[in-house]
Design a protein around this ligand. Sequence first.
Ligand SMILES: *Cc1c(COP(=O)(O)O)cnc(C)c1O
Length: 363
Amino acid sequence: MKLEGLVNKGILDLSPYKPGKPIEDLERELGIKNAIKLASNENPLGPSPLAIDAVTKVLNGTNRYPDGNALRLKECLSKKFNVDINCLTIGNGSNDIIEFIARSFLSDKDSAVYSEHAFAVYPLVVQAVGAEGIEVPAKEYGHDLEEILKAVKENTKLVFIANPNNPTGTFLSPKEIESFLDALDKNTLVLLDQAYFDYSSYSNEDIGFDLIKNYPNVIISRSFSKAYGLAGFRIGYSVSSPDVADFLNRVRQPFNANSLALVAAEVALSDDSHLKKSLEINLDQKSILVKGLKDLGYEYIPSEGNFISFNSNGDGQKLFEGLLKEGVIVRTLGVYKMPNYLRTTIGLPEENSFFLEKLSALS
Ligand SMILES: *Cc1c(COP(=O)(O)O)cnc(C)c1O
C-alpha cells in the first residue's frame, strides 16, 4: 500500500511537534533522581491546591461524560472577565483552539501569516489543512508588524500573533497591536495567542478581551497550562465574536475538555492567591536568572513570559546535551531556526540556582 498517495498532501512532509523531554525519561537514562525540567514553560509551583482538592472530589463521577458545553467553566470565565458566554470556546488546551481556527477557516486555496521564531504549532496546523503558510522575518526576534501587514495577500484569511511570543518572550504593546489591527483588512482574522498573558500583564499594560468589541476579526486565546499550572489537564479557551465562536464550536469534538480539567480550571480561576504567588516568584526569579546569564557571558532575549531564551555562544545542541548529563532539561531551538539558542523556563529558586551552577560549570 502506497500511503504517500493516500495521505493528505499537507501532512506528507509534516514533522511531529517535539515536546520537552519528560523528567522520568532522563532520570531513567542517567540513573539519577534529582533531575530538573525547565523545558516546557510549566508553573514550577504546581497547580492550585484548591483545584486538586476539587478534582479528587469529582473522580467518582467520571463514569459520566463531561458537560459537553462546559457551561460552568464558561460561567466562571464570563463572570471573571466580563465576557458574554456566547463569545467563549473551550479547548483541550489552547492548541485545540488553534486547530479549530485552522480547520474552520483555512483550505488549500488560502494562506495564513505568522512570524519567524513564532510558536511552532502555527505552521503545523496551517500545513495540516493544506493551506499555504507565509513566514515573515522577525525583527529583533519579535513580530515585525509592518512586514506582516505587507505579507498579507488576497487569499490570506488568518494572521497569527503570539504575545508574548514563545520561544523568544518578545512583547508587543496594546498600542502596537491596535495600530496593526487598524491597518489590517477587516476580513482577515487574527489569532492573538495570549498563552502568557498572566505573566505579561503582571508587569505591563496588556490587551484585555474588550478588544474584540472593536475588532470582531480578532480571536484571543488563553491557556490554563502556564501561569495556572494545569498543563497536564489540557484546558484552554478563546474569546471571539459570537459568530466566530459558533464556527469554532462546530468543528469542536463533543467532549473535547474532560470533566477533571473543567473542574480544575473553574477552581484555579478562583484561586487568586496561588496565581499571584506564581507570578511573584516568576518575576523575582527572572531577574536572578537574567543576572546569572549575564554574569556567565550569555546574551539573552528580554522576556515577558515565564522563560528566557539565550545564546549559547556556539552549538545549542551541545550545551543542551551537556546540561542533560547534569540532570537539567532545557529546550533547544533548532526547529525555531535558532540553533545557537536555548530556552529555559523560570523555575523555583532552587531549580534556577541548580541550572546556573551547572551552566557555569559547562561555560
Ligand atoms: C504553551 C503555548 C500554548 C498552548 O498551550 P496549551 O497547553 O495547548 O494551552 C499556546 N501558545 C503558545 C505561544 C504557547 O507557548
